[in-house]
Design a protein around this ligand. Structure first.
Ligand code: TXA
Ligand code: MG
Length: 349
């Protein structure tokens, strides 16, 4: 039904889920019938399809230009939707769900037979998340199916945190874009694997390592979270082996005090070179200079980061020197995204 080209993408504004009910219903019907819907979650916008329909899921990979070996997260609206998707949900998973679902936490669990291979890219696990943004949950609930949804960017672009970002990447490639405003978290969900021997953090997000450890005890941090994965090393989360969140410019992380950073920029400034700094630095560092939030507010940095990476693209930046963020708590997620955007290039002043 949705194979005709080109697709006329409908952009539907939703100010609240009660007044937007008819529009959400329309999007839910598109999902049920095998179409693609971009929708906001509390983390980033996702591009959703019925997870039980392999043809619909195949269209996600096509629309994003995503490698087929990178599995998708299945989104649910109610806890009862979890059990059919997994062979088992061990007690640690139930404990995490009680505290952090709905919310920005994805759990990797042993996959049941009903999850199509294409969703899990052939792995014997499935990643599941229950988002907390009311619009996302209402869409999933009304669709009546679990919704497979990666971030709604073209592969290799920064994740979208506004409907405008989705339009820039996916206009003509999806049936519907639901515009629910900017995403309140701004970086993708925390991903934890509970399918191996012990809990393992695969991707840091707004649910922090300390918060996970409060519920689970010791959590192993996959080395690829903070370091360059060796080319031949086994990667636990296929998404981590790709250069991610990359703007067109070459990004280099620079750590050190702001006055030394300013001197560094004096020496390295040239046509197309930008500094990416904290709000407090804007009058200390020579222009052109953009900021991604206050130095001591990792949550604000998370909200701002992807939009500023896109802005650098729009400005035609070719080289970006970025001040290194704090790595603790939500800062671990901000650092993880930036160091990947920088292909792990970092200078210490
Ligand atoms: O916040 C989010 O998680 C957003 C919103 C839309 O929910 N989604 C998102 O999806 O970021 P995506 O596809 O861009 O990132 C999913 C990550 C990838 O790194 C992927 O490799 C990993 O989760 N993943 C998915 N299934 C997995 C599995 N079975 N085992 C290990 N890693 C998995
Ligand atoms: Mg993504």
């Amino acid at each position: 039904m949705y194979t005709e080209k080109p697709i006329q993408t409908k952009v539907l504004q939703i100010s609240d889920i009660t007044r937007g009910a008819a529009r959400i219903d329309l999007a839910a019907r598109v999902l049920r019938e095998g179409g693609l819907v971009a929708f906001p979650t509390e983390t980033v916008y996702g591009i959703g399809a019925n997870a039980m329909d392999p043809d619909a899921v195949a269209r996600i990979f096509q629309a994003k230009g995503r490698p087929q070996d990178n599995p998708l997260i299945v989104h649910i609206a109610e806890l009862e939707q979890l059990d059919p998707l997994v062979r088992e949900a061990p007690e640690p998973a139930r404990a995490l769900a009680r505290v952090y679902w709905p919310g920005p936490l994805t759990m990797v669990l042993p996959r049941s037979g009903i999850v199509p291979d294409i969703v899990s890219a052939g792995l014997d696990t499935v990643a599941v998340r229950m988002p907390s943004l009311p619009l996302a949950r209402e869409l999933i609930r009304r669709s009546g199916v679990p919704v497979a949804a990666p971030s709604a960017n073209r592969s290799g672009r920064p994740s979208p945190t506004t409907a405008g970002h989705c339009i820039a990447d996916l206009d003509g490639r999806v049936e519907v874009i639901l515009d629910g405003g900017p995403c309140p978290v701004g970086v993708e969900s925390t991903v934890i694997s509970l399918a191996g021997e012990g809990p393992r953090l695969l991707r840091p997000g707004a649910v922090t390592l300390a918060q996970l450890e409060q519920v689970l005890g010791k959590v192993w941090v996959d080395p690829a979270v903070l370091h360059h994965p060796e080319d031949d090393a086994k990667v636990s989360s296929p998404g981590m082996k790709y250069k991610h969140y990359a703007p067109k410019a070459q990004i280099v992380l620079v750590s050190g005090p702001v006055d030394e950073f300013a001197a560094f920029m004096d020496a390295h400034g040239s046509e197309g070179t930008y500094a990416l700094v904290f709000d407090e630095d804007l009058d200390k560092v020579p222009p052109p200079c953009l900021s991604y939030g206050p130095e001591r507010d990792s949550e604000a940095q998370a909200r701002a980061l992807f939009a500023v990476l896109r802005r650098l693209d729009d400005l035609g930046a070719t080289k970006v020197y970025a001040r290194t963020p704090a790595k603790s708590d939500v800062g671990m997620a901000v650092y993880n995204r930036l160091v990947r955007a920088a292909a792990f290039t970092e200078i210490v002043l």
